[in-house]
Design a protein around this ligand. Structure first.
Ligand code: SAM
Length: 381
């Protein structure tokens, strides 16, 4: 089989986290995607190869970009196996390359995603065995080819994951804290905040520095995948290395230095500040971020700032009362010391928003893993 689905229609699929639908669509359009249509936790879009490389290299909000190979009715494991064998996997893999499969199933006869992935794996390795008497290996952590199997209402879609894995793994996270924010979520918060990249930005609960680093990447126009060692699109049969190198060089040349005093943050925990500094050091564009170890209660005033942060929630603190008390005091700090600023606060536990004692003028529901969080905006006068 050749002439895969993505080749017939130049259509791809961009996955995103819950709540990021609008932000993801706006970002895709700004990167040159056309015919954007909303699907389940993602958008279908059209793109020529150059636009596609640009999207995979620079998207901050999408978590995966998929190139669909085939889709088909799939009511049984036998049918999955047989249909998967119609693809000539030698177009994507050799015996020395590794692969891995992520799978999701919903509302379908094949209910177990791990089992469905196993069937697809068997179809691939059996095909290689028939041809060569040997098979390529699976490498779940750093595969050369990352496949995605999605079965919804008994329709299956097999795709190549063009980033070669989840794009939230930017490569700068060397050290972490207990509840780090996911990189795509931090980028979504920044997108929603419409930060103008001129107003000083501050995170008073910066933890491992995710929001600060994503802000630095945004302000310096650093491609989100700048540190990524491999891309899944390298394995496409029609991959064009000359065009990819041109796009990559162009985007790398567009990066700007980070103005000193534009982005800063603090945290009460010296270990968190150490982690944030280590992560910042991994990314040259972030080196002008200023960090301080401090309780927010001891910070100087933050007038005329964009404050963007996620305070600790329930699981990190000993009691709900302590959580409520901390947020009340943070609300007082915002009221008393942040004139002319706008605060964007992400609450992993939405009921905690009330404890701040301030009224947001807008709220956005945004999922983080299995947390139904919200982002709330507070103009401070
Ligand atoms: C939910 S985490 C923030 C995670 C961060 N966004 C990241 O990506 O790593 C909350 C942070 O608040 C810090 N914290 C708790 N109490 C604080 C206080 N009174 N002042 C400043 N930071 C505090 C914790 O040390 C923790 O790192």
């Amino acid at each position: 089989m050749s002439d895969y689905l993505y080749q017939q229609h130049q259509q791809f699929f961009a996955q995103h986290a819950g709540g990021a639908q609008e932000a993801a669509a706006t970002e895709l359009a700004s990167l040159g995607a056309t015919a954007i249509q909303t699907g389940h936790l993602g958008h279908y879009f059209k793109a020529d190869p150059d636009t596609l490389y640009r999207i995979v290299y620079t998207t901050r909000i999408s978590t995966r970009i998929l190139a669909p190979l085939i889709h088909f009715e799939c009511h049984s494991q036998n049918y999955l196996y047989k249909t998967a064998q119609q693809i000539d996997w030698r177009e994507f893999l050799t015996l020395t390359k590794t692969f891995a499969i992520t799978a999701n199933t919903a509302d379908s006869k094949l209910r177990n995603a791990t089992y469905a992935a196993q069937i697809l794996k068997d179809a691939i390795v059996d095909q290689f065995r028939e041809h060569y008497g040997e098979r390529p290996n699976v490498n779940p952590r750093f595969p050369d080819l990352q496949l995605n199997l999605y079965i919804h209402q008994n329709r299956a879609r097999i795709s190549i994951d063009l980033g070669g894995g989840s794009l939230h793994k930017r490569g700068y996270r060397q050290e972490s804290v207990t509840a780090p924010m996911q990189e795509n979520l931090a980028a979504t918060l920044l997108h929603i905040s419409e930060w103008d990249q001129k107003t000083p930005l501050y995170d008073p609960f910066c933890g491992s520095g995710t929001l600060l680093i994503e802000a630095a990447m945004l302000a310096t126009q650093t491609p989100a995948a700048t540190l990524r060692p491999k891309f899944g699109f390298l394995r496409l049969p029609d991959f064009d290395p000359a065009h990819w190198n041109q796009i990559k060089t162009q985007l790398n040349q567009n990066t700007q230095p980070l103005s000193p005093n534009l982005i800063a943050g603090s945290d009460i925990d010296p270990a968190a500040i150490h982690a944030a500094q280590t992560n910042i050091n991994a990314l040259p564009c972030a080196k002008n971020i200023q960090l301080t170890t401090s309780d927010f209660r001891h910070l100087p005033p933050l007038n005329h700032h964009t404050i963007i942060t996620n305070p600790p929630y329930g699981i990190r603190l000993q009691t709900p009362q302590q959580s409520a008390q901390l947020l009340k005091e943070f609300g007082d700090y915002l009221k008393q010391h942040c004139t002319g600023s706008t605060a964007f606060i992400y609450f992993g536990e939405p009921t905690l928003a009330k404890k701040l004692g301030l009224k947001p003028d807008k709220k956005w529901p945004l999922r983080a893993g299995n947390l139904e969080g919200i982002l709330a905006r507070y103009p401070l006068y």
